[in-house]
Design a binder for this molecule. Structure first.
Ligand SMILES: [Zn+2]
Length: 370
């Protein structure tokens, strides 16, 4: 039995964006091709998503916004053109149905791990979700797929404490605000900073009310690479996650912090994404948590598809030997230059100082950081 379930669907290609828009259907085509290249088709249990109901989407979004998106897609259908929702977010004729399917894919992923058939699921969707706000589309995102799935997991699948890790290069503002005062959801978000969306993502946004100390932003300077991300994970995310003791870990896995991505300036390699994924798997093992990973950004189709399949291969490895072989394959291109792997950060001191500042700030909430 495969460890990992893969939720994917050709219908996700039907949400259209303007020509040369970075969030294109080609992103999922590239991932499908990489899955075939690594022969993962046979290794993974593939699940066809269901649509989320409007009631399920309203676990996060306002009924008025849901209706608004429906009307925008209807307008696109009637006029046979795209309807612009914000500076860079669009609705096409099928967008409403496909956005419901993307939100539903997360619920299919939750069900697959809740039912015990699999420990882990990868939800390969578009449109992405982590910028979508309660009542607003934003940054290529329509419904906040991961946020809807968190609420569904707690309501329908009896998961109590959910730890969300967001390593997309952009701040997961929609997810932050959805759970800002909720002590049952910990949100840990890595982002290039300062960077779009500019009005959120700083570490002093640390939650409110009962959720105080449970919203951890890790704002990293441009040029942060594998070493910096892994250092931040080990110094911040790991100790807090162990203390929080979740029963479900969810990941907003954008791959736009890759060194080859056209939007971000971070320097994570494909090997780095394999190692970040390994750390998630290790935390899941240590806490006895299930894992559900959601595709978010990533706009170089080659680095996106290589990195997304690296995540799948690490999460699906059936033995330590297989895992070792997977990591070795990704590390090989760097081994000649640096046997201990890449240290490609542009600004080691700045990164370590920032991680230290965030750790000091959160030490008042978490004894593992003291
Ligand atoms: Zn992004």
């Amino acid at each position: 039995m495969s460890r990992l379930a893969l939720v994917r669907d050709q219908r996700f290609l039907q949400h259209l964006t303007p020509e040369s828009h970075p969030e294109s259907p080609q992103r999922l085509v590239a991932i499908d091709n990489a899955i075939a290249r690594h022969a993962l088709d046979h290794d993974l249990k593939q699940l066809t998503p269901r649509s989320a109901s409007e009631e399920e989407i309203s676990l996060i979004h306002s009924p008025a916004y849901i209706e608004h998106l429906y009307q925008d897609a209807e307008k696109a259908r009637k006029t046979d053109s795209l309807v612009q929702l914000d500076a860079d977010t669009f609705a096409s004729a099928d967008t409403y149905d496909i956005a419901k399917l993307a939100a539903g894919a997360g619920l299919t992923g939750i069900d697959s791990v809740a039912g015990g058939q699999h420990d882990r699921a990868f939800v390969a969707v578009r449109p992405p979700g982590h910028h979508a706000l309660v009542d607003k589309a934003m940054g290529f995102c329509l419904f906040n797929n991961i946020a809807v799935a968190v609420r569904y997991a707690q309501k329908s699948a009896a998961f109590k404490k959910v730890f969300v890790i967001d390593w997309d290069v952009h701040h997961g503002n929609g997810t932050q605000w959805a759970f800002y005062d909720d002590p049952s959801v910990f949100f840990a978000s890595f982002q290039q900073y300062p960077f779009w969306p500019y009005d959120s993502g700083w570490y002093l946004e640390d939650g409110k009310g009962e959720g105080k100390g449970r919203n951890m932003n890790i704002p990293l300077p441009a040029g942060t690479g594998d070493r910096g991300y892994l250092h931040a994970f080990d110094q911040l995310v790991k100790p807090v996650c162990l203390e929080f003791a979740p029963d479900l870990i969810m990941v907003s896995a954008g791959y736009d912090a890759h060194q080859d991505d056209p939007l971000g300036q971070q320097r994570i390699t494909t090997a780095g994404f394999a190692m970040l994924t390994q750390r998630v798997a290790d935390l899941a093992a240590a806490t006895g948590s299930k894992v559900v990973v959601f595709l978010e950004g990533g706009y170089n189709v080659r680095s996106l598809s290589d990195s997304a399949t690296a995540t799948m291969r690490v999460l699906n490895a059936a033995s330590d030997a297989e895992l070792g072989a997977v990591h070795a394959a990704y590390l090989m291109p760097y081994a000649a230059a640096d046997p201990n792997h890449v240290s490609n950060d542009r600004s080691v001191d700045q990164v370590d100082e920032r991680v230290g500042v965030v750790r000091q700030h959160f030490a008042k909430y978490w004894k593992e950081l003291r």
